[in-house]
Design a protein around this ligand. Sequence first.
Ligand SMILES: Nc1ncnc2c1ncn2[C@@H]1O[C@H](COP(=O)(O)OP(=O)(O)O)[C@@H](O)[C@H]1O
Ligand SMILES: [Mg+2]
Length: 271
Amino acid sequence: MIAAPITVEAVSFAYPDGTHALDRVDLAIEPGQRIAIVGQNGSGKSTLVRQLNGLLRPSTGRVLIGGEDIVARHVAQLARTVGLAFQNPDRQIFAGRVRGEVSFGPRNLGQRGMELERAVEGALVATGLEMDGDTNPYDLGYSRRKLLALASILAMGTPIVVLDEPTTGQDARGLERIRRIVADLSADGRTVIAVSHDMRFVAEAFERVVGMRDGRIVLDGTPADVFSENEWPTLASTFLEPPLPARIGARLGLGPTATDEALLAALSASD
Ligand SMILES: Nc1ncnc2c1ncn2[C@@H]1O[C@H](COP(=O)(O)OP(=O)(O)O)[C@@H](O)[C@H]1O
Ligand SMILES: [Mg+2]
């Protein structure tokens, strides 16, 4: 699957109450890119990703997908192209059963029969919910409701997948599932855009990191660029800390993206 490029052009956005959440944001995302959006609470990350599927519309500026301004496309049309898993799963989940929740999206896109079965089963297996098809979503704990919100988006098979804070509340196993999902989507040629506070997840699973502050993009580069020592003051201004391995790597002269193995080898060599 080849995803379309996304271009955010000078997008500003104010909520109806007058809160200015985005200030002339420019962002070009290549098809198939894995891009993480970081920044403190309230910096505009969720507002930005909600512009990509038409849930919110720019006050000024425009969003293009595949070179086409999406202003004239309805949310229902955009749902074929862009899947967005909400930050708060409880604002997304509405069905009485896990399987019903996951099948709603692909069914709406016209899938039926075996094709629908496969899409739903694949999403349930990827998120570890395959035994919970008949469970009421509200009998799942928060971390599994997060995974359910993710499964519903995966089942739609969109070329662009947007995950708003997917790792919140996940233990090591949940985190590993999400890393696998991001890698598999990417291997399949899909664009993956994720908002995250987990700098280690960001450094390890994404090829590009965009940092936001006060509705603007203030950092943009590879994890090695963004977590390198000369960017630490900018990171700090967004109230973020580089991942611990980047800080240790800098101390040991191994650079910001040293692997755990390299860090451990350097430590044992200095024993
Ligand atoms: N529905 C809303 N109505 C009014 N202001 C909002 C709404 N949602 C978010 N905001 C405000 O917009 C700004 C950006 O919020 P948001 O995009 O949610 O940031 P982030 O996802 O980075 O935490 C914040 O000042 C936030 O309080
Ligand atoms: Mg948010």
